[in-house]
Write a protein that binds this ligand. Structure first.
Ligand code: COA
Length: 259
């Protein structure tokens, strides 16, 4: 699939999706959003892809937010539609049965921070900066930020970030629990690939169940415990679980086959 605003590379079952509008710090305009939607669908539909890494083009930004230029003539009705569409795209990442990792290589502001938060895991380079500065525009986060930020960093820190628009450094983001690890810029992609490879070496059904049940743990409207019990039980119907348990008992490495 050819994209205009994304660069896509596949390495060892991992799709590396690079948002490529460096002259606008990779701001999310309609084309980027539409192409991200297609790229997520591609990750989900292709059997030869186990997961994805999202990152930004250039050395300065992951994504500096929704494209503010596109906000100029937006009516409240159009803004509602934009928010619902963006929420749906980011929810499709959060609810994906394959892992998505954000490799945050610079500014992750507004929609960029929200995109990173929709991914299952986040690594950051030392020059990464996170923030929800929409209040500076008289706005609020519209792509799920008000929901995911407090969940990830706690209410106090989330409110502080959203109400003051202050950016936090990569190290602060780690301290907040927003990112797993902070690495030098040149190590970001290799570390991200290594982490994804480690995850994808695992049993595919268990990965899918963990992603799904963990998502349910964040959704008050659904019974995550019941889903967990059901999925736990389903794991026991797989050859990989039998192999994993047996390998442990025999003190050897398991050989998972995705069955
Ligand atoms: N939407 C549209 N364009 C954006 C953008 C955004 N969210 N973020 C950056 N850009 C554009 C700038 O307008 C500029 O374009 P130009 O060269 O045509 O003037 C270009 O990207 C480079 O940005 P610039 O502001 O010159 O870089 P900087 O290093 O001085 O500042 C930021 C970097 C990230 C602090 C600053 O660009 C910024 O505050 N961006 C907006 C962040 C934001 O509010 N995001 C939430 C949106 S809801």
């Amino acid at each position: 699939m050819a994209y205009q605003t994304l660069q896509v590379d596949i390495r060892e079952r991992i799709m590396i999706i690079t948002i490529h509008r460096p002259e606008k710090l990779n701001a999310l305009n309609n084309t980027v959003m539409e192409e991200l939607d297609l790229a997520v669908e591609e990750v989900l539909n292709r059997g030869d892809i186990g997961g994805a890494i999202l990152t930004g083009s250039g050395e300065k930004a992951f994504v500096a937010g929704a494209d503010i230029a596109g906000f100029q003539q937006l009516s409240p009705e159009e803004a509602r539609a934009l928010s619902i569409k963006g929420q749906a795209l980011f929810a499709s990442i959060e609810q994906a049965p394959k892992p998505f990792l954000a490799a945050v290589n610079g500014f992750a502001l507004g929609g960029g921070c929200e995109l990173a938060m929709a991914c299952h895991l986040r690594l950051a380079s030392t020059n990464a900066r996170f923030g929800q500065p929409e209040i500076n525009l008289g706005l609020i986060p519209g792509y799920g930020g008000t929901q995911r930020l407090p969940r990830l960093v706690g209410l106090t820190r989330a409110l502080h970030m959203m109400l003051t628009a202050e950016m936090i450094t990569a190290e602060q983001a780690k301290e907040y629990g927003l990112v797993l690890e902070v690495v030098p810029p040149e190590a970001l992609l290799p570390k991200s690939l290594a982490l994804m490879q480690k995850i994808l070496a695992g049993p595919v059904h268990a990965i899918r169940h963990i992603l799904h049940c963990t998502y349910l743990s964040t959704s008050a409207s659904q019974d995550g415990y019941a889903a967990e019990a059901q999925a736990f039980s389903e794991c026991f119907a797989t050859a990989d679980a039998r192999e994993g348990i047996q390998a442990f008992m025999e003190k050897r490495k398991p050989h998972f086959q995705g069955k």
